[in-house]
Design a protein around this ligand. Structure first.
Ligand code: ADP
Length: 482
């Protein structure tokens, strides 16, 4: 039995701010239970819903040394859908209305989390063969294990994997503050290890010290080794490219299932998608106060509102798009104030064309995926992207920029070969994006048969975890044998 422990800052259903939670909360369930025991360790945030907190059982208490500080660790556990979850409790660090706060607080918070996880390994009745750390919040785990704990025999048998879900978030802060917060020795705060561009950089530390580094699509693995896509870490990634692997994220096909989705009223499969989606569309239009019209092209966006997600392109052409009588848009998301205000403004002035919900709603998200005809994702960079996978699963045609995981998962329509699952554009240019939307609309209105074939091909594509899990298994096997 191979034992793997995932360490991360979020996982569905306990706490979610983005795609990381979907991945950490679903991937463990896709390993063969006879051969793999995959468990997860998370922070026990005060902002977690009470119904989850009530299920947790205290299993250990101890203190961890963090520089000059002695900090309390409560270890809790629970099981969800056959997966064992551990939680690290400390009310000082994990209080607050959301998992993440200002970066200067987060660097200490997640240094604490990482050190608490490393110490927990000796307290649990589960000694993993591999600790699989996700994103910068868990990035100090390999650093601690290879340095401060490197001489302890117990740790020498445990391998580490570090997964980059988004290279833009690296955990960067002042060198001396981080040295103080982490208690790591001074020699580590040099260019060879944690220092990058005059700051301390958690992600760089993990790239240096982990036994393997993965990222969430093959294209993104190539992109982050370039100056353009590496956000300053391309050099170190090139240096360690021998241990870098691109493994595509999968989607939890049980949660995102148009035939069973509890958030939607009209279930469907490939055979009746057109009729059922039309009913779903009418229901959504009614709910959101848009004119009810099953025949109009409904374009969806669900996203963090940031430049990374292409909202500056949307800002450029939104007014032009909204002048089209044959287009309705529904937007759900939150993020940068200027984009939130932009959508508030345009939806106020175009109530017939645009509905914008600023906030977070799992239920509305599912309804949008099911109801829309097209889904817009014009990201500047996209490590993997889940929204386009969900769209494909729900027969909603993705319109994407060709970058990272979007390039790997959406095949652009080719009218000569009659292939493709969506529409795409190459350059980060607002009018290229608009043209892709117009092309999609043109097909929707004038080539119904082609459009329906496009939908069907998307629904047939398989982006479940099946093949990605096989790649992780292979990686774990390689590490265990090395
Ligand atoms: P990110 O870079 O934000 O992780 P992904 O595409 O990988 O982007 O994953 C985003 C996930 O979060 C998807 O499951 C998407 O449906 C969901 N999501 C994003 N914003 C919202 C929102 N405002 N309400 C509900 N779900 C959201």
């Amino acid at each position: 039995m191979k034992k793997i422990l995932f360490a991360a800052s979020e996982a569905v259903p306990f706490i979610k701010t983005g795609g990381l939670a979907d991945v950490v909360g679903s991937l463990p369930g896709y390993f063969d239970k006879d051969a793999y025991d995959v468990r997860v360790i998370l922070p026990k945030y005060a902002c977690m819903e009470e119904k989850w907190k009530d299920k947790l059982k205290l299993i250990a208490k101890f203190y961890v040394k963090l520089g000059w500080r002695q900090q309390y660790v409560g270890l809790y556990e629970t099981e969800y859908k056959g997966i064992h979850y551990y939680f690290v409790d400390n009310e000082f660090y994990f209080a607050g209305p959301s998992p993440y706060g200002p970066i200067h607080e987060d660097v200490e918070k997640f240094a604490y989390f990482s050190k608490a996880v490393v110490e927990s390994l000796q307290k649990l009745d589960f000694v993993p063969d591999i600790v699989h750390c996700h994103d910068w919040q868990a990035a100090l785990i390999p650093v601690y294990m290879e340095t401060l704990y490197g001489n302890i025999e117990f740790y020498q048998h445990i391998k580490t994997v570090f997964s980059i879900h988004n290279i833009l978030f690296q955990g960067r802060w002042r060198l001396n503050s981080v040295q103080d917060a982490t208690g790591l020795p001074e020699y580590l705060f040099t260019t060879k290890y944690l220092e990058a561009y005059g700051e301390s950089n958690y992600m760089k530390g993990a790239i240096v010290f982990a036994d393997a580094v993965t990222t969430v699509s093959k294209s993104y693995a190539m992109e982050i080794m370039t100056q353009e896509g590496g956000a300053g870490l391309d050099g170190v990634l090139r240096k360690y490219s021998y241990k870098l692997f691109g493994i595509m994220n999968g989607l939890d096909y049980d949660v995102f299932h148009p035939g069973k989705d509890t958030y939607i009223s009209y279930h469907y499969d490939k055979e009746n998608a057109v009729q059922q989606k039309a009913k779903q569309k009418a229901a959504l239009q009614k709910k959101l106060g848009l004119p009810v019209d099953e025949d109009v092209f409904l374009l969806g966006m669900i996203s963090r509102m940031s430049d990374q997600k292409g909202f500056d392109l949307v800002a450029c052409v939104l007014e032009e798009l909204l002048q089209r009588e044959n287009l309705q848009m529904v937007v759900l998301g939150s993020g940068e104030e200027r984009y939130q205000n932009m959508f508030r403004y345009f939806s106020y002035h175009n109530p017939q064309r645009l509905s914008a919900t600023i906030g977070y709603s799992e239920e509305l998200a599912h309804k949008i995926y099911a109801a829309c005809d097209g889904f817009l994702m014009p990201s500047l960079t996209e490590p993997c992207g889940l929204c386009q996978l969900i769209s494909l699963r729900y027969g909603t045609v993705p319109i994407v920029r060709e970058t990272g995981g979007l390039r790997d998962t959406v095949t652009p329509y080719n009218k000569y070969l009659d292939t493709g699952t969506g529409f795409s554009f190459a350059n980060y240019n607002a009018h290229e994006m608009k043209d892709a939307v117009l092309l999609a609309m043109d097909m929707f209105y004038h080539q119904k048969e082609e459009w329906e074939k496009l939908m069907a091909r998307g629904m047939e594509a398989d982006f479940s975890w099946k093949s990605s899990v096989a790649e992780y298994r292979e990686l774990y096997r390689m590490l265990s044998e090395s």
